[in-house]
Every structure is written in structure tokens, then in C-alpha cells.
Design a protein around this ligand. Structure first.
Ligand SMILES: [Zn+2]
Length: 937
């Protein structure tokens, strides 16, 4: 290959260096991004790039990527940065693909994590939260969220994320609070909202119900008990006096026991215990019922030495059996009936499941099926309520001994042990959770509103990228319980409803909802706390007759309502074209947005859902402070530049989990360097290019037409991704095009023509025309990702008044796409490899310095002999000459070229010396110099 830095052509007689068109550009080799990027951001700000884009896009088809709001409580982490960069790339590419992509970034501001931070400050300052007026507390939370919104906005903008920042949305904006409250009002009026006592995942530490997304699972040591339930009535004769055994890992739920569940097809053994080990609580002579499959395990657990199996019964035979509570006579005198439940298995325990409707979802459902009242046994702080016999005031975490003692005293305890198992904990406080029956507000899934059925239909109607997201969210929606939307906290939007004290009925009156919404719009949700109830109830209603509800709504409901106050309220197209978040949002934001929209509007708020994976370290581990493997986005931007982070995002397979770390960033920086060099070389080779030089595609050499064909192929790939949202592999294809097709092939071949041909030669003009197309295409194609570098490479040619971001992807003429030519050149490149292998060998043996000093003889089968002329082959192989003859199989032979080295182009040719005026030049070079078009010789 010709090396631009060493082609100095110092000759004995004349120096032809100045007659060679070496690439020349002020575009620097080094990116120097950390320094340049902020200046470029300031320039876009000053020129109002965003405003110019909106003005230019008027009348285009709108594209709405609705921003899932990040939570405003800390610096960006790499996952949030990844998400926002991906959104930015999708938006920019849509915009450049001919759409009007208006993007309104937003934030999620209410909720427990911020409240928790403020409470932490209180604890540090030894202040009592309960002594602070609620409005003051809410004001502190608001200030905290506002601070972090500002910090995050600056960080997002530094990453190059373009959007309508001045008009960003926030769930705590006063109109947003009004809109969220109005959405609750819609559920109130359509009947789906109800209050019910039911078990929810409850944190006794934070004193609130938690959403699924706020729960994490850790190992926890639980007390286990095996308990006798004496049979008092049984459809099977002779079993009265025997005991059904249950096993549980939550002894504290025994006061809440109201039933027993069994499996209808399970074989149950009636066993007489004959002898027991020392210390066993089993009694020789007693009869117990246990699943046959679990009998050996039971004997081991309970210390039973010998026993007789008396009878076997299918579960279905035992249905309707009535037992006494194991603490009967001690305040627990209700009957305990045996029911069947499909979820009972013989995997662990005794094959009978104790049912406490206040302490488990399945327990609750079984209780509801059989009309069992839900007992209210545990208070919000995790202690037993005052009316619970024996255990009032005791904390459930510390109740195991007391419950066991009471059971033992009553003769109910059969065995006791411990078990380490995975158990739900609060994501925030790390404290173990309990299922607790509480009065909560719910949105019904299966009422007349048919939210579940509509949601499943909406999922079927939505595009998921990748498609497995459809099954994930579909399975969740199909099996989820009613949506619990209440929280017993202070920082949020209240569920602003009234309950009539006399009837217990919730007040459904649109006029009341409207008064509340109007007040919130100007005063915010604080109005609920600062105004008398009469203001909302209106004339003719006695405030004393109504309970004002002060629960707040779950933040997932709030973010699930953003489509209403960001899109609808601003007159933007609805539903959104795209929601784009991490794959965990199938149970988070996608899920709550879907239910909220389906419940109020009957359809999903999105047409398509795109998900991405999570970011791991280089070894595939989660990032954590303790591992010291955290990669902070601002660290990358300040050392390498935002373009490097953006390039990392788009060179990763975002549908899977991604990895990042020092080594991977180094590789990304190297990838960047190669892309930058491609742009730099293009700029250098295009120096002084003018429209007058242009050559029509039809008049170009085949090599140029092949490059244009490849351009058409990449263009099609990009436009496909713009429409499908699937960007997997697109930027890898662009990079492959730059390195394999351009740098290592096309540029290499055409350097000779570009540097040494007369400027009016068709070959050189055609090449420069193609380079012009390439520069425009590459700058625009790369612009959504390398927002800074593409701009730099664009303005280097077209001036600082222009911006690549104001341009669309170039429209590629249909004629450029030529699959037959593509196939032909794939074959040519295959054959070329035969010759380059030979030339490499010669260079290795130091027989030649560059390939220009060699000639190649190609032996080609008939079908391939006519692919190219020998002159074209010489160009493609970058050799002094080529000859082609036919043979049975293809082969290449290289030899040292005869003749002398042209001092201008370095080709070794016999003709060098034929021009008397320029005895050191070949004919082409002599002509070029004589033409007077190539600079002073
Ligand atoms: Zn020459």
C-alpha cells in the first residue's frame, strides 16, 4: 500500500513532492473530546438547535418516544446513562429519518426513597419526624427532588442527550399532581377503585405496603413448627380425635389461622405413633394425618421411632373435615375447616397447608372463595393488635417462642425447628417483610371494567422488541392480583377521596373530583392537607359525616399516568410510538402504564415497547461499591468523552446484559479512533472538492459503483432500524463498512489515483465524488451516536453555521442498489486475496518494498476471466501491472516488476524514462506534471 507519510518522492533531479495531492485537513487526529464536547454543547445551545429542529420539522410525521421518568435522588449511574443514550440515538435517528421527533424528558419525584432520605437527615439531626407538620415535610422532599433533578439534567445534557429540557416534565409539578389525582378520579367514577382489607407485602420498619418492585429476596432464618389440628368432625368414620398436621415457617401467623388446605389427589396417611425418641413432642398412641410422600420426613422431624400406617385416604375424601384451632379454649375457639387448593404439593411440610387469610395472597383468595372473614391481627408496626388473645403487643419477629409455648401448653406443638430460606425484604431498609391484612385501595382487575382482559388484548396489539417481552409482561398481567395503589406515607399525591362514615361507601361525585383537581392544579396536592374538607365536599354535605382519606398513591400509579399529563395534556400524539426502558420495567413502568391506560382509556399508551439489558462489570458481575467495579458516567465523559460512552452503548448488544470496564472502554476508544481516522482521511482527500468535479453514477468505474451499492445497503439497514426500533448490529455494520470495505480496500486502492492522477481524470473525479457521498453519509449516519465527532467532521467541511444535526440521512438513489454488482465484487475480493497473499510473501522476503514494485499474473477459470480488465486488476491489486489468462483453477503469481520506479507515484514501470523532460516519471505522472494542474514541480 501507498503510505502517505513516506511518499516524499525526493529524487536525484527534481522534487515532485508538491505535485502530489496528499490528504490535507485541519481535522485533528486526536479527539480531545473532554475539552471539545462542552464547547460544542454551548454552541448548540446558543444557536437553539432544538428550536431549529422543531421549526424545520413542522408538518412531518410525528414520532413520540415517551420518556420513562428516572427517579430524582442521586447522580446518574451507568444504567440510567445507557437508557438515556439509547433513547437519544433512537430519537435522533428518527428525526434524521424524516420524522418530527419531539422528546420531553421527565422525572419521577414522589415516593418512599426520597422520604426515607429526609427521614435519615432527621435521624442524624435527632429530630422527630412526627413532630414536623406534614406540609413542611413535603416541602423538604420537594426541595430534595428538585435539587437532584437539576443535577441529573446537567449530567444528561453533558452526555449529549437532546430534548425539550426547558419544558421537561416532573411528577411533582403542580399540574402533574392535579392530573394524577384526576386519573384516580377516573377509576373512582368507573367503579374499579375500591377499599378492601387484604394482605399486602408490608414493611413494619417503614410502616407501609411495598410494591413488587421495592422488594428483594435474601436468605433468612425462620422458625418452623409442626402443629396438630384435632379433628372434631370428619366425613371419614373413625377419624375424630386424630389430628391433622400442618407445617409453617411463620409461627406468628397461627393466631390468624382460619382454615386448612389440602390437595384433592394427594394420598394422605393415617398413622398411629408407637414409640418416640427422647425429647420428642409426639405422643405414643396418638393418631395423626400426613401426606404419605412426606411421612418419612415427618417421622424424622418429629422424632418418631416406630409407627403403624392405619389407612390411606385421597385428599378429596377429607374435604369438609372440621378441626379445632390448636389453641382452642384459650381464646381461639373458632372451627377450622379443610378445603382443597390446587397449589398444595408434597414438596415440603406435611401436605396440609395452614391458611391465615390476613397473611398471604393465596390464603386470602381461598378465604374469599369460602366466605371466611379476614382477621385483623397485626398492626402497622408489626405488633399483635390489642384484641389478639395471649400475644397483644408482641412483635411478630419476636413471637416465635411465645407462640410455641402457647401451642405446647395447649397440646398443639408437634415439632419445632429452623430453616434458612429465601425471604422477601425491603429494598430500602433491608428489613424482612410480612404479609399483613390492611385496609388498602385497589384497582380491580376482573370487575365489569375487565381491566385484565383489556390489558391482555393490548399486549397482543403491541410491538415488543425483543418479542419475548410480550410473554413476560403477559404472564405477569394474567396472574397478578388486584392493583394495590395505596401507601401510608406523606410524600406523594393523596388518594383524594371521601368515605361516608355511616355506610362505609366511597363518595363517587364528579363535581367533588373536579373541585379537587382544580385546587391541585394551582396549589398542588398540598391543598388536600391545607384545606378544610368542606372546600371539596361542597355545600350540603356535612364534613363530619365523611372520612377524608390521607393515603397517598403508589408512585407506580403516578409514573403510569405520565402518558396522560405529558402527551395528552400537551397535545402530543397519543398513544406514544415507543416506550424504551430496562427489561425490569415489565413489572414496573410498562406494567403500571398499561394498567392505568387500559383502565381509563381502554387501550395501551404505547404502540411499541423496546427493552434493554443491564450493565455488568467486565467479569459479568453486578456493579457495587464494595467490589470497586462501578463505572460512573461522569468519569467516562471527563476522561474519554461522552462520544466514547455513546459508542460503547451502540456497539453493545443492548437486548442482552452489557459489560463495561477499563478494558472494554479501551477497546471502544480504539474503535472510536478508527472511525475518527476514516472521517479524517475523507476530509483530507476531499480538500478543495467542488461540485464541478462531480461525476454521475452511471459514468463511474465499477469500483465506485460498488461502493455506492454498499452505501445503499447500509442505508437500507439504518432505515429498517429506524422503523423497527431494532438497532442490533447496525453500528457494527457501519464500523465494518469503514474498516473492511473502505480503509482496507477502497481507500487503499484509490490512494494512487487520488494522490497522483490529474485532477481532471475521470477516475479521480469519480473517486472524489464517492468520497463526498461517503463523507455526507458517514457524518449523518454516525451523528445519532457520535453526536460531537460527527458535528466536528461536518463543520470542518461546511462551516460552523451549519450543523449535521439539522440534516436528514441522505436520500440514496434507487439506482445505487445493485445486488448483481455486489455479488460480482464479492467474487473479485475473494480472488484478490489470492494475489495479496503472494504479495505479502514477497514483502516478507524483502523482494519488494511495496506492492507497486510487483506485477501479478492471474490464472482464472473461464467464468472469472472476464470479471475485470487487466488494467482494472492492476488498480485493485495496487500493483505495477497485471495480466490475466485462463486456467482450470484460480491462482495468482507475483513477480518483481520490470522497469524503474516512478519518483512521483512509486510504481515500477518499464515506461519510466520515456519522457525526456521527466526522465524519473511514468507516463501518467509526466502528463500530470506537464498539465500544470498539479501544483508547482
Ligand atoms: Zn508515476
Amino acid at each position: 500500500m501507498t503510505d502517505s507519510t513516506s511518499q516524499t518522492g525526493a529524487a536525484a533531479g527534481r522534487d515532485y513532492r508538491s505535485t502530489v495531492f496528499l490528504p490535507n485537513t485541519a481535522f485533528p487526529m486526536r479527539g480531545d473530546l473532554p475539552k471539545k464536547e462542552p464547547a460544542m454543547l454551548a454552541r448548540w445551545e446558543a444557536m437553539d438547535l432544538w428550536g431549529m429542529l422543531r421549526a424545520k420539522s413542522k408538518g412531518r410525521t410525528p414520532f413520540i418516544l415517551h420518556d420513562g421518568p428516572p427517579y430524582a435522588n442521586g447522580n446518574l449511574h451507568i444504567g440510567t446513562a445507557l437508557n438515556k443514550i439509547l433513547k437519544d440515538v433512537v430519537n435522533r435517528a428518527r428525526q434524521m429519518g424524516g420524522y418530527d421527533a419531539n422528546y420531553i424528558p421527565g422525572w419521577d419525584c414522589h415516593g418512599l426513597p426520597i422520604e426515607w432520605k429526609i427521614e435519615e437527615q432527621y435521624r442524624a439531626d435527632k429530630r422527630d419526624k412526627d413532630a414536623v407538620p406534614v406540609l413542611d415535610f413535603r416541602a423538604e422532599c420537594r426541595a430534595y427532588a428538585a435539587h437532584w433533578m437539576g443535577v441529573q439534567e446537567a449530567e444528561f445534557r453533558r452526555l449529549g442527550v437532546l430534548g425539550d429540557w426547558p419544558n421537561r416534565y416532573a411528577t411533582m409539578d403542580l399540574p402533574s399532581e392535579a392530573a394524577i389525582s384526576a386519573e384516580i378520579g377516573r377509576f373512582l367514577m368507573n367503579g374499579a377503585l375500591y377499599r378492601g382489607l387484604r394482605p399486602v407485602m408490608w414493611s413494619p420498619v417503614e410502616k407501609t405496603a411495598l410494591a413488587e418492585a421495592e422488594i428483594e429476596y435474601h436468605d433468612h432464618t425462620s422458625h418452623t413448627v409442626t402443629v396438630r389440628f384435632p379433628i372434631v368432625e370428619c366425613p371419614v368414620a373413625g377419624l375424630t380425635g386424630a389430628a391433622i398436621l400442618i407445617w409453617t415457617t411463620t409461627p406468628w401467623t397461627m393466631p390468624g389461622n382460619r382454615a386448612i388446605a389440602l390437595g384433592e389427589d394427594i394420598d394422605y396417611a393415617v398413622v398411629r405413633i408407637d414409640s418416640v425418641k427422647e425429647g420428642s413432642l409426639a405422643v405414643p398412641g396418638e393418631r395423626v394425618l400426613v401426606a404419605l410422600a412426606l411421612l418419612p420426613q415427618f417421622c424424622e422431624t418429629a422424632g418418631v421411632e416406630t409407627h403403624h400406617l392405619l389407612h390411606l385416604h385421597k385428599g378429596v375424601e377429607l374435604l369438609g373435615t372440621v378441626c379445632a384451632h390448636p389453641m382452642r379454649g384459650r381464646g381461639y375457639d373458632h372451627n377450622v375447616v379443610v378445603y382443597s387448593a390446587e397449589y398444595v404439593t408434597t414438596e415440603a411440610g406435611t401436605g396440609f397447608v395452614h391458611i391465615a387469610p390476613g397473611h398471604g395472597e393465596e390464603d386470602f383468595e381461598l378465604g374469599r372463595l369460602h366466605g371466611i372473614e379476614v382477621p385483623d391481627t397485626v398492626g402497622e408496626d408489626g405488633t399483635f393488635n390489642a384484641w389478639v388473645p395471649h400475644f397483644a403487643g408482641l412483635h411478630v419477629y419476636r413471637a416465635a417462642d411465645a407462640v410455641c409455648a402457647a401451642l405446647r401448653e395447649a397440646g398443639g406443638l408437634m415439632a419445632r425447628g429452623r430453616l434458612v430460606h429465601s425471604y422477601p425484604h425491603s429494598w430500602r431498609s433491608k428489613a424482612p417483610l410480612i404479609f399483613r391484612a390492611t385496609p388498602q385501595w385497589f384497582i380491580r382487575m376482573d370487575g365489569p371494567e375487565a381491566i385484565r382482559a383489556k390489558a391482555l388484548q393490548a399486549i397482543a396489539d403491541t410491538v415488543f422488541v425483543p418479542d419475548q417481552g410480550r410473554r413476560r409482561i403477559g404472564a405477569m398481567v394474567a396472574s397478578r392480583p388486584d392493583w394495590c395503589i395505596s401507601r401510608q406515607r406523606a410524600w406523594g399525591v393523596p388518594i383524594a377521596v371521601f368515605v361516608e362514615r355511616a355506610s362505609g361507601q366511597v363518595l363517587r361525585d364528579q363535581a367533588v373530583i373536579d373541585r379537587i383537581t382544580d385546587a391541585f392544579r394551582t396549589e398542588g396536592a398540598d391543598a388536600w392537607y391545607s384545606s378544610p374538607a368542606a372546600r371539596f365536599l361542597g355545600e350540603g354535605r356535612d364534613p363530619a359525616a365523611y372520612e377524608q382519606v390521607f393515603d397517598i398513591v403508589d408512585v407506580w400509579f403516578e409514573s403510569g399516568s405520565t402518558h396522560a399529563f405529558v402527551l395528552e395534556a400537551r397535545g402530543l400524539p397519543w398513544p406514544a410510538d415507543l416506550y424504551l426502558e430496562g427489561s425490569d420495567q415489565h413489572r414496573g413502568w410498562f406494567h403500571s402504564s398499561l394498567l392505568e391506560s387500559v383502565g381509563t382509556r381502554g387501550v395501551a399508551p404505547f404502540k411499541a415497547v423496546l427493552t434493554h439489558g443491564f450493565v455488568m462489570d467486565e467479569q459479568g458481575r453486578k456493579m457495587s461499591k464494595s467490589l470497586g467495579n462501578v463505572v460512573a458516567p461522569d468519569e467516562v465523559t471527563s476522561t474519554l468523552g461522552a462520544d466514547i460512552l455513546r459508542l460503547w452503548v451502540m456497539s453493545s448488544d443492548t437486548s442482552e446484559d452489557m459489560r463495561i470496564g477499563r478494558e472494554i472502554l479501551k477497546q471502544t476508544a480504539e474503535l472510536y479512533r478508527r472511525l475518527r481516522n476514516t472521517l479524517r482521511w475523507l476530509l483530507g482527500a476531499l480538500e478543495g472538492f467542488s461540485a464541478a468535479e462531480q461525476v454521475a453514477e452511471a459514468d463511474m468505474p465499477e469500483l465506485e459503483r460498488w461502493v455506492l451499492h454498499r452505501v445503499a445497503e447500509i442505508d437500507a439497514q439504518i432505515r429498517g432500524a429506524v422503523e423497527s426500533h431494532d438497532w442490533t448490529g447496525v453500528y457494527a455494520a457501519i464500523h465494518g463498512f469503514c474498516s473492511a470495505d473502505l480503509s482496507a480496500f477502497y481507500f487503499d486502492i484509490r490512494k494512487d489515483a487520488l494522490y497522483c492522477d490529474r485532477p481532471d481524470s475521470l477516475r479521480r473525479r469519480a473517486a472524489r465524488t464517492v468520497l463526498d457521498h461517503l463523507h455526507r453519509c458517514l457524518c449523518t449516519w454516525l451523528a445519532p451516536v457520535l453526536v460531537f465527532t460527527a458535528e466536528e467532521a461536518w463543520t470542518a467541511r461546511f462551516g460552523a453555521d451549519d450543523s449535521v444535526h439539522l440534516h436528514d440521512f441522505p436520500t440514496i438513489p434507487a439506482a445505487w442498489h445493485d445486488p448483481a454488482l455486489g455479488a460480482k465484487w464479492a467474487e473479485i475480493r475473494e480472488l484478490r486475496r489470492l494475489a495479496t497473499t503472494e504479495l505479502e510473501a514477497m514483502r516478507g522476503e524483502k523482494r519488494i518494498g511495496s506492492s507497486n514494485q510487483a506485477v501479478v499474473t492471474l490464472a482464472l477459470p473461464d467464468a472469472q476471466a472476464g470479471l475485470l480488465s487487466s488494467g482494472a486488476w492492476a488498480d485493485i491489486l495496487i500493483v505495477a501491472g497485471a495480466t490475466v489468462h485462463t486456467a482450470v483453477t484460480a491462482s495468482a503469481h507475483a513477480a518483481v516488476a520490470p522497469g524503474s520506479k516512478c519518483e512521483r507515484c512509486w510504481k515500477v514501470l518499464p515506461e519510466v524514462g520515456q519522457t525526456p523532460a521527466h526522465p524519473m516519471l511514468c507516463l501518467r505522472c509526466a502528463d500530470a506534471v506537464e498539465s500544470g494542474l498539479v501544483g508547482a514541480a
